[in-house]
Design a protein around this ligand. Structure first.
Ligand code: GLC
Length: 748
C-alpha cells in the first residue's frame, strides 16, 4: 500500500500576509494606521511615554490604580484574576483622558492551567499540529482570565544542556525550531487576533540567548555574523513570517552589544530587512541592565540606547518612565522617536481589538481542564516521550509481569512533573505516573516506594525498603530525573548527571537483578550513560506536564507506541557540551581513537591518534539528535531524486519508501538531511532540511516526498551575503541524524 506525501522544505507559509478580507468588525490595516495616527496626534508626551511602560501587577492596589489613572501603564503582566483585570482595565478606559486600554500579559510558556510538556518535550514530538493545538488551548485558558499576550514561543537555538533555559526551547536545530515556533504562534493567535480567546505571541529572546558562554544563564555570547545569520536568526524570521505580534529582547550581549541596545538586530534586521511592524518589548529590566552590562553609565543613558535601538516597551525596568521626558527636553531623544515606539504599542492593542473589547467576560472565566485540553495535553505528552533503549522489556507483558514496583522521586511528583515556567499550575490536577499506573493496572498490582523524597535527595535511608519492594516484584519502573526548579531561567547546571543519590539508588536496584525500566523526567538531556547500561529500557520525558502520567502509562503498557525523536543531542559527559549534530568536520575528524583506559603507560605523545575526540568521552553524543525508538521497526529505501542536479534557483524532489517492518502500528519522523561537501566556508556535516511524521500499519509502505529548493542550501558568506553556492552535496532520508544512506546531487 503506497501513499504519496508531498512536502516543501524551508517554505514557511506567510500567514501574516493573507489577503483574506478581515473578519466582520475587524479593522483593516489601513484603518488601524489611521486610528494610530489620529490618536498619537491627540496624545501628550506624557501619555505617549506612559504607553511604553509595562508594570508587574498583583492585585487591585491603590498604587497600581493611581499609575493607571495617571496614564503610566501601557501593559500589566502577572495579573490573572479576571475581576481584578476588569477593574484595572476600567480605570484605564474610564479614568484616562484618551481611554487607551491596557494589554494584560503573562508567561504562558507550555500551558496556563492544563500544563503541556515543556517546549523541549514538544520539540520531541516533531508534530506541528500538536504544538499549534496546545498553544490554542493555552490561549483559550489564559484569555479566559483576561491574558491577551503571552511571552512565548521561546525560539532560542539551544546546544548547551548546562543552560537551564534549554527546557523552554524546541532544541538545537533552527529548522525544527522554526517549524514548531511558527505553529505555536498560529496556535496562540488563531486566524483573527481580535477574537477574545486568542493571545498575542512573543518571539523570544531576540537573539542568540542560547549561546551563553559556558551554558551559564545571562552570560556573554560571541557569535560570528555567519553563525547569527545561518543558525540563530532563522527561527525568528519564521515567527515573523507566521505573524508573531511581538518580539522580546534577550538579556545577553552579542559580541559586546546587549540586545536591548542592539540597533543592528532590532532595526537593521528586524525592521528594515524583515519589515516587521509588531511590538518589541524588553526583557524584565533588560534596558536598565545596560548599566551593569557596562554599555550605559546610568539609567538615562540606558533609556537613550533603548529608544535608539527601537525597544518599544520597558518591562519592569522603570527606565523609560522617569527619564524620557527630560531626555526629550534635553534633545537627547526626539518626540518622533517616541511616536514610533508608541505607534507599535498602539498597533498591538488595535490588532487585539482591545479598543472595541477591552474587558474579559467574567461569566466564561476559568475555562480550564476541559476534556479537550486534557486529552490534547495527554496526546502531546505521549508523542513527546522518547524511547532511548528497549531490550524487549517494553511494552509490559501482562502475562509475565504481575507485580510492578514503582520506585523513585519522580513517580508521584505532582509539582515537578510539570517542569519550569508553570506560574499558574494547580498541582492537584497533575496525574502522576503513580496515579496513572495504579489506574491502568489496579492499585493492588502496583507497589510504590519512593526510595528518595525528591531528585536532589542524598538520604539513602529509603533504599532498603525500595530494594525489598524490588525483590518482591516482577518489574521495576524507576522514575528519576530533575525537579522542575533545576531547569529554566537562572538554573544552569555544570554537572548534567542525575542529581542527589538517584544513581546510587538505581545501582542498588540493579543489584537485585530485577528488570528495570527507567522513566526519566527532566528539563534537559542528562548524562545517563551508566543508568542506560543498568536499565533494560529508558523512556525519556522532558517534563511531560499535567497528563504526563497517563501518557507514560499508555506507552509502558503498549496501549500507545513511542514516536518521539530527540530535539537535542545527549552528551556522554558534561564536558562535551555544547554538543550538536550539525557540527563542522574539522581538519581531523575523530578516527582511530584510543580511550583513556586503553592508553598504555608512558604512551608516546602522538600514540593515541591525533584526531578530534575526548580521551575520556570519545566523540559524538550518547544519543543523537533526531533519534528515538518505537515498538515497531521501520525500513528506509534508497532515496530517489527527480534529478541529480539543479540550478541555484531550482529545486528537486526527493522520494523515499518507508516500510513498517514490525508487528505494531507506529509513527515515524522521516527526516531529510543535507551536506554541502565543499564550500567557500566549511559547512556542517549534516543539516536538517525537512521532516514529516507519518503513521504506518504493520507491513505498510509509504513514499515520502520532499521538495528541496536550492534556496534551502544557502548560507552566509564572510561578506554578509547569504547565497546559494554551486557544488556537490549529499542527502539522507532517515529516522535519525546518525543513520541513512547518502545520495549525491549537485547545484550547478
Ligand atoms: C523573564 C524571562 C522572560 C520572561 C519575562 C517575564 O526574566 O527572561 O522569558 O518572559 O522575564 O516574566
Amino acid at each position: 500500500m503506497h501513499k504519496r506525501i508531498i512536502l516543501t522544505a524551508a517554505v514557511i507559509v506567510m500567514l501574516g500576509s493573507t489577503t483574506a478580507a478581515p473578519a466582520k468588525g475587524r479593522l483593516t490595516d489601513s484603518e488601524i494606521e489611521k486610528n494610530i495616527s489620529e490618536l498619537i496626534g491627540k496624545m501628550t508626551l506624557e501619555e505617549k511615554i506612559g504607553q511604553l511602560n509595562q508594570l508587574s501587577g498583583y492585585g487591585y492596589s491603590p498604587s497600581m490604580t493611581a499609575q493607571i489613572r495617571e496614564g503610566k501603564a501601557g501593559s500589566i503582566l502577572n495579573e490573572v484574576d479576571p475581576a481584578v483585570v476588569n477593574r484595572l482595565q476600567k480605570v484605564a478606559v474610564d479614568s484616562t483622558r484618551l481611554h487607551i486600554p491596557i494589554i494584560f500579559a503573562r508567561d504562558v510558556i507550555h500551558g496556563f492551567k492544563t500544563i503541556y510538556p515543556i517546549p523541549l518535550g514538544q520539540g520531541a514530538t516533531w508534530n506541528e499540529e500538536l504544538v499549534r493545538e496546545g498553544a490554542a488551548v493555552a490561549a483559550d485558558e489564559a484569555s479566559s482570565v483576561g491574558i491577551r499576550w503571552t511571552f512565548s514561543p521561546m525560539l532560542d537555538v539551544s546546544r548547551d544542556a548546562r543552560w537551564g533555559r534549554m527546557a523552554e526551547s524546541f532544541g538545537e536545530d533552527p529548522l525544527l525550531i522554526s517549524r514548531l515556533g511558527a505553529a505555536m504562534v498560529k496556535g496562540y493567535q488563531g486566524d483573527d487576533l481580535t477574537r477574545p480567546n486568542t493571545m498575542a505571541a512573543c518571539a523570544k529572546h531576540f537573539a542568540a540567548y542560547g549561546a551563553a558562554e559556558g551554558g551559564r544563564d545571562y552570560n556573554t555570547t560571541w557569535i560570528p555574523n555567519e553563525l547569527l545569520e545561518d543558525v540563530y536568526l532563522p527561527p525568528f524570521k519564521a515567527a515573523a513570517d507566521a505573524g508573531a505580534a511581538t518580539f522580546m529582547c534577550s538579556f545577553n550581549d552579542i559580541n559586546g552589544t546587549p540586545s536591548s541596545a542592539n540597533t543592528h538586530l532590532n532595526r537593521d534586521i528586524l525592521r528594515d530587512r524583515w519589515g516587521y511592524d509588531g511590538m518589541l518589548v524588553s526583557d524584565w529590566g533588560s534596558i536598565g541592565e545596560l548599566v551593569p552590562h557596562g554599555v550605559a553609565a546610568d539609567k538615562e543613558e540606558a533609556a537613550i540606547l533603548g529608544v535608539k535601538a527601537g525597544v518599544d516597551m520597558d518591562m519592569e525596568g522603570h527606565v523609560y518612565l522617569p527619564n524620557l521626558m527630560r531626555l526629550i527636553e534635553e534633545g537627547k531623544v526626539t518626540e518622533q522617536e517616541i511616536d514610533r515606539l508608541t505607534a507599535n504599542v498602539l498597533r498591538l492593542k488595535y490588532r487585539l481589538g482591545l479598543f472595541d473589547n477591552p474587558y474579559v467576560d467574567e461569566n466564561t472565566a476559568e475555562r480550564f481542564y476541559t476534556d479537550h485540553a486534557l486529552e490534547s495535553a495527554r496526546h502531546t505528552a505521549e508523542e513527546a516521550a522518547v524511547l532511548l533503549k528497549n531490550n524487549g522489556i517494553l511494552p509490559i507483558d501482562k502475562t509475565k509481569v504481575r507485580k510492578i514496583v514503582i520506585i523513585g522521586p519522580m513517580a508521584d511528583a505532582a509539582h515537578d512533573q510539570n517542569g519550569t515556567w508553570c506560574f499558574d499550575l494547580e498541582k492537584t490536577h497533575t496525574v502522576t505516573l503513580l496515579n496513572a499506573m495504579q489506574e491502568k493496572y489496579g492499585a493492588e498490582n502496583i507497589m510504590y516506594v519512593p526510595g528518595l523524597a525528591y531528585s536532589r535527595d542524598k538520604d539513602s535511608s529509603g533504599f532498603e525498603a525500595a530494594i525489598e519492594a524490588a525483590k518482591a516484584g516482577d518489574l521495576v519502573i524507576y522514575a528519576c530525573g530533575e525537579e522542575a526548579v533545576l531547569s529554566g531561567e537562572a538554573h544552569s547546571r555544570a554537572d548534567l548527571s542525575l542529581p542527589g543519590a538517584q544513581t546510587a539508588l538505581m545501582e542498588a536496584l540493579a543489584a537485585t537483578g530485577k528488570p528495570i525500566v527507567a522513566v526519566v523526567m527532566a528539563g534537559r538531556p542528562l548524562t545517563i550513560g551508566h543508568e542506560s547500561e543498568m536499565a533494560d529500557a529508558v523512556l525519556y520525558n522532558f517534563h511531560p506536564g499535567t497528563m504526563g502520567g497517563p501518557a507514560i502509562a499508555s506507552l509502558l503498557s503498549g496501549d500507545a507506541v513511542p514516536s518521539g525523536k530527540l530535539p537535542v543531542s545527549f552528551p556522554k559527559m558534561s564536558g562535551q557540551t555544547p554538543i550538536y549534530y550539525s557540527h563542522k568536520n574539522t581538519g581531523r575528524p575523530a578516527s582511530g581513537m584510543t580511550l583513556i583506559d586503553d592508553v598504555p603507560l608512558e604512551a608516546g605523545q602522538t600514540s593515541t591518534g591525533c584526531t578530534s575526540f575526548y580521551l575520556d568521552a570519545g566523540d559524538g553524543p550518547l544519543y543523537p539528535f533526531g533519534y528515538g525508538l518505537s515498538y515497531t521497526t521501520f525500513e528506509y529505501g534508497t532515496p530517489t531524486l527527480s534529478s541529480t542536479e539543479m540550478g541555484t534557483d531550482g529545486d528537486i524532489t526527493v522520494s523515499c519508501d518507508v516500510t513498517n517492518t514490525g508487528r505494531m502500528e507506529g509513527k515515524e519522523v522521516v527526516q531529510l538531511y543535507v551536506r554541502d561537501l565543499v564550500g567557500t566556508l566549511a559547512r556542517p556535516v549534516k543539516e536538517l532540511k525537512d521532516f514529516s511524521k507519518i503513521s504506518l500499519k504493520p507491513g505498510e509502505t509509504k513514499t515520502v516526498t520532499f521538495t528541496l529548493p536550492a534556496s534551502a542550501l544557502a548560507y552566509c558568506f564572510h561578506d554578509g551575503v547569504t547565497r546559494v553556492e554551486p557544488g556537490d552535496f549529499q542527502l539522507w532520508v532517515a529516522g535519525s541524524s546518525d543513520s541513512g544512506t547518502p545520495v549525491k546531487f549537485a547545484v550547478k
